[in-house]
Design a protein. Structure first.
Ligand code: PLP
Length: 149
C-alpha cells in the first residue's frame, strides 16, 4: 500500500522518558552525533566581530562564554524546563550557588523571608548573617511547625 494511503500516525505527547532523552536536542550535533556533546569550551569564536556581536546581543543563535550559556548546559536546562512544564529553567554548578543566586536576585531591602529553622548550614548562614546585613528580615519557624508557613 502506498504511504499516502496509510492513516496518519497518532501524535502522542512525549512522556518524561522521551523528554529526558530528546528535549533540548533539536539542533544537529557535530559529527552526526545523536546527542548533544559535552562542550567544554570556555569561550566561543565567530568568523568576525560583527557575528560575535550579533550573538552577544541575542540577535543570532550561539554562545559567547560558557558561564553564561553553553550548548550542553542549554540542552540540560531545556530538558528540565520541559519535564517540569516550566516557563524556563536555569542551572548552577552547586546547590549554594542556586540558593544564594535566587535569594539575592529576588530579595531587596525591606523584604521578609519566612522559612524553617533547620535548613542546610550554608543556607542558614545566608538567612542569619547575610540577608539581615542587606536589611532583609528573616523569620524562621520551628521545623516541626512548617504548617505555620
Ligand atoms: C539541603 C541542601 N541545600 C544546599 C546544599 C548545598 O549544596 P552544594 O554543596 O552543592 O553547594 C546541600 C548540600 O548537601 C543540601 O543538602
Amino acid at each position: 500500500m502506498p504511504d499516502e494511503d496509510l492513516p496518519p500516525a497518532p501524535r502522542r505527547t512525549p512522556g518524561p522518558g522521551t523528554l529526558s532523552v530528546w528535549a533540548g536536542e533539536d539542533e544537529p550535533a557535530p559529527g552526526a552525533g545523536t546527542q548533544v556533546p559535552i562542550v567544554r569550551s570556555v569561550a566561543f569564536g565567530y568568523r568576525d566581530v560583527a557575528q560575535w556581536e550579533a550573538v552577544g546581543r541575542g540577535e543570532a543563535p550561539g554562545d559567547i562564554y560558557s558561564r553564561n550559556t553553553n550548548p550542553t548546559v542549554r540542552a540540560f536546562e531545556q530538558k528540565i524546563q520541559q519535564l517540569e512544564g516550566a516557563e524556563s529553567a536555569t542551572s548552577f554548578a552547586s546547590g549554594m550557588a542556586a540558593i544564594s543566586n535566587t535569594l539575592f536576585t529576588f530579595l531587596t531591602p525591606g523584604d521578609r523571608v519566612v522559612s524553617i529553622q533547620d535548613t542546610y548550614g550554608g543556607t542558614n548562614k545566608i538567612f542569619l548573617e547575610f540577608l539581615p546585613r542587606q536589611s532583609v528580615e528573616v523569620a524562621l519557624c520551628p521545623t516541626d511547625k512548617s504548617g505555620w508557613l
